[in-house]
Design a protein around this ligand. Structure first.
Ligand SMILES: O=CN(O)CCNC(=O)c1cccc(Cl)c1Cl
Ligand code: NI
Length: 187
């Protein structure tokens, strides 16, 4: 199981590298990596286990964050409403490509955080509010899905990791809480 000691931190060159494509069928190693990354998210979202293992909670985790420069990220966006049982989006996205994106931006009103960035970096992170995402799952099946709002934001945060980008790269340095016109602020 991954612990905070396994998470690469800003300054480690692996976080600034464009990750390599993943080959199919997945090697045993890549299968285990996918499982372990999703497990981290599940454990981190359980308040008791999160505390027990001293984790920082996350809704996504990209392979470069555990030192593996491969195009793979786990995403686990909890249910939108408390009484919902199903996560809003849950999958390990492999070789993801955003094939279309809205002109309109969306941003979380409370900004973003990252396991690989220890300090808080306040400010809006403008992202596309809606995207069409193409990716392969661990079975090698290709999915083409449309996402909007929070799941779209999270997937863009993870895909950034696979391209050597970190969330604060998008924050306006002079005016961190300014966002492009018509940006939807939510959360
Ligand atoms: O790359 C993944 N992480 O660094 C895990 C920790 N950060 C989050 O869960 C997180 C928090 C706020 C907004 C977004 Cl979009 C994300 Cl992704
Ligand atoms: Ni991150």
């Amino acid at each position: 199981m991954f612990l905070m000691k396994d998470i690469t931190r800003d300054g480690n060159p692996v976080l600034r590298r464009y990750a390599d494509d993943v080959q199919f069928p997945l090697s045993k190693e890549d299968q285990q990596l996918a499982t372990d990354m999703m497990e981290y998210l599940e454990v981190s979202q359980d308040p008791e286990l999160c505390e027990k293992y001293g984790l920082r909670a996350g809704v996504g985790l990209a392979a470069p964050q555990v030192g593996v420069s491969k195009q793979m990220a786990a995403v686990l966006v909890p249910p939108a409403e408390e009484d919902d049982t199903e996560p809003e989006f849950k999958d390990v996205i492999i070789n993801p490509v955003i094939i279309s994106e809205s002109v309109q931006y969306g941003a979380l009103s409370e900004g973003e955080g990252c396991l690989s960035v220890d300090e808080d970096v306040p400010g809006y992170v403008p992202r596309h509010d809606r995207i069409t995402l193409r990716y392969q799952d661990v079975a090698g099946e290709t999915h083409t899905i449309r996402l909007k709002h929070y799941p779209a934001i999270v997937c863009q945060h993870e895909i950034d990791h696979l391209h050597g980008m970190l969330f604060y790269d998008h924050i306006n340095k002079e005016h961190p809480f300014e966002a492009p016109e018509d940006t939807i602020l939510f959360g």
